[in-house]
Design a protein around this ligand. Structure first.
Ligand code: NAI
Length: 484
């Protein structure tokens, strides 16, 4: 018997989770559940990370969390519990499968074009760190972390998964033409790892082009690996291709803990009405069963689901509008009644069960993921982000008075566009400038030199933020301003 942690979630969460667990129970799976307290209602009780300490220790003991969607207030208030869970437990790969289902009509199914796309989205880094600061009343800054070890983890996972799945093609979606260092790092890592998988056709595509091609020729894609935010958006696009969010399952995979959930949210507009579609959560649960080695139960339930969809049974969000829809409970009940039936399309083979993976972790400290890099990093300057509503030439004049014979003022930019020494009077300004000071002759400088420069600039400006300029083997490890 395997025990998993279950969090029913907010909104439609409890309704769809009850429906799925009812199906699992009817299938007599060797599975038992420990319910854990997580979600908006737990925040409201004063737990700032949205879960009780008991919930955290249960999930860390069991290693598997099956969860319903959880609400996150927009704009202000608490951090997303979903993101906290993924990050806390290092579930670095978000695996989302988008497959055409018979009975779920889409423009592509009508045209006879089958879709089978797996999206592997990096799940921990990127802007989802939510590291944001207001530099001034007018200017908000978000820090976007893309790391080498983090990229390696998720990209390696994607290649392994693609190999096991027997796919031909794996594609990296990115915006490295604009974000040359962050997305550039992700893309370089992709091709570095691709060398270990010569049997797979590895290629890349810019995210905007990807969005267009997915809509026009989705069947040309197999596995797509992407950074967090872009992957999130493109995932929802893929969900639309196969019939909507009601059909998009997801698995958050880490080395120790895995979280299974639907892609969709709490659907507050239909919560409490018993009309939500439980298919995405059920498909996520089926992925979880396979992860646990419960192959037969997974195949039995999936075949029954596919058969039920083929019969035209549907909740209100999809299917033939001329045919009466069923509610959540009846949808689940029909799947149970159809146990043992084979779908006409894509029946799943009854593979033998596999022994469960032990969940006894022997972790005593946080693991430091460090990439072995031999080249020397040298500090050669600093970007000082200062507040000012003066014209660029005046800002420059003040900066030039503080260079300490150690630094040269190289450029001043505003929102990433150079406005000094050259620029255009047509560039609109906001009240934060980035003033780039590089050491004279690229000589190494120390952090103390930078602090001295900071102290001098602080006489004239509020310094809102600083970034060191590093080189590695003489190569600049920072981007240039637009127009520099
Ligand atoms: P949503 O996915 O909850 O709803 C979008 C639309 O899809 C709504 O019209 C909804 O009725 C419909 N829908 C979603 N799931 C459905 C289902 N199973 N059956 C039938 N219709 C369904 O997205 P929204 O409105 O942007 O977010 C609502 C809340 O959910 C927010 O607080 C958000 O932060 C949270 N959320 C949580 C996620 C999670 O727990 N993993 C993921 C996405 C959003």
């Amino acid at each position: 018997m395997t025990t998993i942690a279950v969090a029913k979630g907010d909104g439609i969460g409890p309704e769809i989770m009850d429906a799925v667990l009812h199906i699992f129970d009817a299938a007599n799976l060797p599975l038992q559940y420990e319910l854990v307290d997580m979600g908006k209602w737990v925040f409201d009780k004063g737990y700032s990370n949205g879960m009780t300490p008991d919930a955290q220790s249960t999930i860390e003991k069991l290693g598997i969390l099956f969860k319903g969607p959880m609400e996150t207030p927009k704009g202000k208030g608490v951090k997303s519990i979903n993101v906290t869970a993924r990050k806390t437990w290092n579930t670095y790969a978000n695996n989302r499968v988008f497959q055409s289902l018979h009975g779920v009509n889409t423009v592509f199914s009508s045209a006879g074009i089958p879709i089978d796309i797996t999206m592997v989205r990096e799940n921990i880094e990127d802007t989802y760190g939510g590291i944001e600061h207001m530099l001034t009343h007018d200017v908000a800054l978000s820090r976007r972390f893309i790391t080498k070890p983090g990229s390696m983890q998720v990209i390696r996972y994607a290649f392994e998964m693609a190999k096991k799945k027997g796919t031909r093609r794996i594609t990296c979606g990115h915006k490295a033409n604009i974000m040359k260092l962050t997305d550039g790092l992700f893309l370089d890592t992709f091709y570095e790892i691709a060398k270990d998988y010569p049997e797979l056709k590895a290629d890349d595509i810019i995210v905007d082009d990807l969005a267009m091609k997915l809509v026009v020729r989705p069947h040309e894609f197999d596995v797509i690996v992407m950074t967090n935010l872009q992957g999130d958006i493109i995932s929802d696009l893929c969900a639309g291709l196969v019939g909507g969010l009601g059909f998009a399952p997801s698995a958050n995979i880490g080395d120790h803990i895995a979280i299974f959930e639907a892609v969709h949210g709490t659907a507050p507009d239909i919560a409490g009405k018993n009309i939500a579609n439980p298919t995405a959560l059920l498909l996520s649960g089926i992925t979880m069963l396979r992860h646990l080695g419960l192959m037969q139960g997974a195949a039995q339930i999936e075949n029954s689901l596919l058969y039920t969809l083929e019969q035209g049974v549907h909740t209100g969000d999809f299917g033939d509008k001329l045919k009466q829809s069923v509610n959540t409970t009846d949808f689940a009940q029909t799947i149970i009644a159809n146990f043992g039936k084979q779908p006409a399309h894509n029946p799943k083979p009854m593979l033998a069960d596999m022994p469960p993976t032990p969940t006894l972790f022997t972790i005593v400290e946080n693991s430091m993921m460090e990439n072995v890099e031999t080249s020397q990093e040298v500090i050669v300057g600093v970007d000082m982000f200062i507040e000012s509503n003066e014209q660029p030439a005046n800002v420059a004049e003040k900066c030039l008075a503080h260079t300490l014979n150690l630094f040269k003022l190289v450029t001043i930019s505003n929102r990433g566009t150079q406005v000094w020494p050259k620029g255009s009077i047509f560039t609109n300004l906001v009240n934060t400038y980035a003033c780039r000071f590089e050491s004279i002759g690229d000589a190494p400088v120390t952090q103390i030199d930078i602090i001295e420069l900071y102290k001098r600039l602080a006489q004239d400006f509020k310094v809102c933020s600083t970034e060191l300029l590093n080189t590695s083997d003489g190569k600049k490890m920072y981007s240039l301003a637009q127009g520099q």
